[in-house]
Design a protein around this ligand. Structure first.
Ligand SMILES: [Zn+2]
Length: 379
């Protein structure tokens, strides 16, 4: 923790000193390049996805920032992803707009893309999906009633499960041939695409940008990584990195009171079970009997932070270092009524995106090589 904080302080000082130079791009292009969509990578709503032709190489081979399309939605909107090559061989994934109702979170993801196009090269190669459910975000944007009261854009349909509860069982792979979640519901196409990408890339770290109504709960949270069977692997480095991001947000005037930095700093989301010490069983929120209906199922955070073990090695992966950002409030800055509020939340968007770019995507708490567990105890 101390070492990380020392590095962070150095980084913060550098950041403050170098702001004026940040507009200088390290890329040869500032606009990115559109690449042709890989063949077969399109899910019409009534087709199976067996023909998906994407490979890890196709996702990660570009040497310059690149925009591409993951799939087209039921309303024929593209789900876009950006790829930014980093300075290492490690990979990160950033997701915005899993909940279309959280338009502020979409703004953070889009701002991050603009920053990456103009600024410092990341340490991690990073895929950014700014709006995972563009049809739902459109529903929120075009809503003429009180979209917050109606939670417009959170669910795709009246009967659809919460997008963030459509993952396979913790420890189990996503199967293209059998795309059902932990409670046997058909997974929505947008989520199928995301799960497939995660399974192909097996990123070292993942961050999903959400927003939260109760602004006192906003902040940066980590999911505890576990083995396939749910044994805790240790939370310290995940918490350190989440708190570094939170400290940056607070230092630059942002709100992240859910991290409780001034009293008892924490990276544990307030609804999640306590963190188990390494080697002990980690409880998960989906195990709560209180979660029913749309809220029943496994979240992305639980699924990605749990290792996957499968006979087919291509489907297995280590536990992914996983963060959830909860931006304060659902409204995009432009939706606020007064100019002062608009400016405040625009600054908040910038500060949150900065925290992701300068800490999550740089060489902090870098993941080491993963060793297979010893098959036999030595004596
Ligand atoms: Zn959300």
């Amino acid at each position: 923790m101390k070492k990380l904080h020392f590095l962070a302080t150095l980084f913060l000082c550098f950041t403050l000193a170098a702001t004026a130079q940040e507009t200088e791009t390290l890329f040869t292009t500032t606009t990115g390049q559109d690449a042709p969509a890989p063949a077969g990578w399109q899910f019409a709503s009534n087709t199976t996805i067996n023909a998906v032709g994407l490979t890890k190489e196709a996702l990660l081979s570009a040497t310059q920032p690149q925009k591409n399309v993951l799939l087209y939605t039921a309303q024929n909107q593209p789900v876009e992803y950006w790829y930014f090559p980093g300075t290492s061989r490690k990979n990160a994934l950033v997701i915005g707009g899993m909940h279309g109702s959280e338009l502020s979170a979409v703004e953070v993801a889009k701002h991050l893309v603009q920053q990456l196009l103009q600024g410092q090269k990341p340490y991690y190669n990073v895929l950014v999906i700014p709006v995972l459910f563009p049809d739902n975000a459109r529903a929120a944007m075009t809503c003429t009633k009180d979209r917050l009261q109606d939670n417009t854009g959170r669910y795709t349909t009246e009967s659809a499960a919460d997008p963030n509860r459509q993952m396979p069982a913790a420890g189990q792979p996503f199967l293209l041939q059998q795309p059902v979640d932990a409670v046997q519901r058909e997974i929505e196409n947008e989520m199928k695409a995301l799960l497939h990408v995660i399974q192909l890339v097996k990123p070292e770290r993942l961050l999903s940008i959400h927003a939260i109504r109760d602004q006192g709960r906003a902040g940066v949270f980590a999911d505890p990584r576990t083995t396939c069977e749910g044994t805790a692997l240790g939370f310290d480095s995940d918490e350190d990195l989440a708190l570094l991001m939170a400290e940056h947000i607070q230092a630059f005037g942002g709100t992240c009171r859910g991290n409780n930095l001034d009293q008892a700093p924490t990276a544990l989301y307030y609804l999640d079970p306590a963190i188990a010490p390494a080697g002990q069983k980690q409880m998960r929120s989906y195990q709560s009997p209180l979660l029913q209906g749309k809220s029943r199922g496994v979240s992305l955070g639980t699924w990605s932070s749990t290792a996957v073990c499968h006979n087919d090695g291509s489907l297995s992966r280590p536990a992914i270092r996983t963060f959830t950002v909860e931006f304060p409030g659902y409204l995009a800055p432009a939706e606020y009524k007064t100019r002062k509020e608009q400016q405040r939340y625009q600054r908040m968007v910038t500060v949150y995106a900065d925290a992701i770019r300068q800490y999550f995507l740089q060489a902090f708490a870098v993941e080491g090589p993963v060793f297979a567990p010893e098959p036999f105890a030595s004596n």
